[in-house]
Ligand binder design. Structure first.
Ligand SMILES: [Zn+2]
Length: 423
């Protein structure tokens, strides 16, 4: 593979690596090569690395010292990590351990420790996903996201300006802000937009409903952090007139995946070793963190790995067939039957008058909040959906509310499902 990357762009990463003590450029170069290794070779390397990580954790940490084999070690939950934060540390690691917290869409964020090497992997894997979408190092990028991507410290501001990133908050995306963002994207000749699917969906709705705006400098859009529905993808693509790629990461777990030119989601299996249990829960061993061991970690995401090993793009990384998102994206009815949020996605798929939905439930009632662009004065129009929901989920009370404001999480990601009994 030949890459015509301007030195100017590479130098930006060199400066970041120098200032922050990271190795993003080196890691990116490795990933660029490695992605085209055969699936067999990558699988073999993955198994070797997993066993090496187990031996390292056994030798260097209190938590893993008593386990004799990989299969004996327990599934690591957030609660276990919380109670064992010191015994999961490596006792010989001399580098800096950086404290991080996960996005916390569950309410209780997880505090874990990471290293410069693991951080380098995370950034290199994001850059690889952008490159796959047509980005060249140094290209100007717009971030449209909440706090889990946009941090406002001076350190982060320098980092963003070195990476040539402009940040735009996904909070309060009203028409006025959207108009401003659109003008900024044009004025700054943004080449790539990276952001939350629902935030970009809102901007896309505005664009699709108003006079056509051209973005001649824009190459593509990469969405992240939320599930990208097919409807949303089509919507965003139509508004910006560029291809939309999805990217998926679970940083604490060393998990990073990106969509290729053929819309296949490839998992970078040099960062993690994964298991998927009978209920499709993603359990991972972080292979890139040498300072804090997270082996067989229960991520809370549900995924399915494809049987297909070959992709037209020639990448050897395994293919994720489906990401069902966090396991709390489920509605549980009065009889304890659980239904994934995807049920509602499918239910409303062909309904043009619904822009976005949110489902709120507790032990006895369920309320569907709908943002609609039609039938505002005729709520009975949506009764047909209630009937289908009643057939599939049992509650004492069912409601549909039109155009009420949605609840969002602290980091402004859209939540499709809210369990009121936890609130
Ligand atoms: Zn592919």
């Amino acid at each position: 593979m030949k890459n015509n990357i301007p030195i100017y762009g590479e130098n930006r990463i060199r400066i970041i690596d120098f200032l922050r003590g990271t190795t993003i450029l080196k890691t990116l170069n490795n990933l660029r090569q490695e992605q085209y290794f055969s699936s067999e070779l990558l699988t073999e390397k993955n198994i070797t690395k997993k066993l090496m990580k187990f031996n390292q954790a056994k030798k260097e940490s209190k938590f893993y010292e008593t386990y004799s084999s990989y299969t004996d070690i327990p599934i690591l939950t957030k609660e276990i990590i919380k109670c064992n934060i010191n015994s999961l540390k490596s006792n010989i690691f001399r580098g800096e351990l950086i404290e991080k917290a996960t996005g916390g869409s569950t309410g209780a964020p997880l505090v874990y420790l990471t290293t410069k090497h693991a951080q380098s992997f995370m950034w290199a894997s994001i850059l690889l996903s952008w490159e796959t979408a047509g980005y060249k190092l140094g290209d100007r990028v717009a971030f449209v996201a909440g706090t889990s991507l946009i941090k406002n410290s001076i350190k982060h501001k320098i980092f963003h300006s070195l990476l040539n990133i402009k940040t735009y908050s996904s909070y309060n995306l009203n028409d006025e802000n959207i108009k401003y963002y659109i003008a900024e994207i044009k004025k700054n000749k943004i080449r790539l937009i990276y952001g939350y699917a629902t935030a970009l969906g809102k901007i896309a709705n505005y664009l699709n409903q108003n006079e056509k705006i051209e973005f001649p400098d824009l190459k593509s859009i990469v969405t992240t952090a939320e599930i990208l529905t097919e409807k949303e993808r089509v919507n965003i693509k139509k508004a910006f007139n560029v291809n939309v790629y999805n990217q998926y990461g679970c940083n604490e777990a060393g998990v990073s995946a990106f969509e290729c030119e053929y819309k296949k989601m490839h998992l970078i299996n040099s960062g993690c070793s994964i298991e998927v249990d009978n209920e499709e829960n993603l359990i991972t061993t972080n292979l890139v963190n040498d300072g804090f061991f997270m082996l067989r970690y229960f991520t809370g995401d549900k995924i399915r790995i494809s049987e297909i090993k070959n992709c037209k793009c020639n990448r050897g990384y395994p293919i994720i067939e489906d990401i069902k998102g966090r396991s709390y994206d489920f509605v549980v009815d009065t009889n304890n039957k659980s239904m994934h949020a995807a049920f509602f996605n499918i239910l409303f798929k062909g309904e043009k008058s619904i822009d976005l939905f949110q489902v709120e439930f507790d032990k006895s009632s369920i309320t569907i909040y709908l943002k609609v662009n039609e039938h505002k004065n005729d709520p009975t129009y949506f009764d047909k959906y209630l009937k289908i929901i009643q057939k599939n989920l049992f509650f004492k009370e069912y409601n549909i509310v039109l155009d009420a404001p949605f609840q969002s999480t602290k980091n402004a990601k859209h939540k499709y499902v809210i369990d009121k009994s936890f609130a």
